[in-house]
Design a protein around this ligand. Structure first.
Ligand SMILES: [Zn+2]
Length: 155
């Protein structure tokens, strides 16, 4: 089995405290418009009218050619990290399709694993990728905008 992992709470707290983002800038602050702004920590939509952080996040431990960095949203106020492996979080239910791809223990993409999968088949598609022994984890990204959503780890 596997589980969907949101951003670590420590990292989110650091961004809320003004830690530099993936490009060295302080997180921007903006007001959520609701359904378009999923938080990568609680994995729900930031309610319309609530303050949020907008920043570039690099979901890899260090810079290297495959360490894609891109925009994410986070609740500006403290929120509870998504922890339930058995449910598809709200933030992954709005789009019909998601891009998922496997990464090796060296944090580089494993060619041949990337696939755009219907949201309803996300877990099955992830299980197929984890059939490969050279895959350490999977990233879930927007199929249309390539934005990072969450990571899938072996349970
Ligand atoms: Zn949140």
């Amino acid at each position: 089995m596997h589980r969907i992992s949101a951003l670590p709470t420590e990292q989110v707290q650091a961004y809320r405290a003004g830690a530099p983002d993936g490009y060295g800038n302080p997180p921007e602050r903006a007001i959520s418009n609701g359904a378009g702004n999923p938080c990568r920590h609680c994995l729900t939509y930031i309610p319309e009218g609530k303050e949020m952080l907008v920043l570039a996040h690099r979901p890899f431990p260090e810079t290297q050619p495959f360490a894609e960095t891109g925009p994410i949203y986070l609740c500006a106020e403290p929120c509870a990290r998504h922890e339930d492996p058995d449910i598809l979080p709200e933030a992954l239910t709005a789009s019909a399709n998601y891009l998922i791809k496997g990464y090796g223990p060296d944090d580089r993409v494993v060619y041949g694993t990337g696939i755009i999968t219907p949201q309803t088949l996300l877990h099955a598609a992830a299980a197929n990728i984890f059939d490969r022994a050279d895959v350490a984890y999977i990233h879930i990204r927007s199929a249309l905008n390539n934005c990072y959503h969450a990571r899938i780890d072996r349970a």
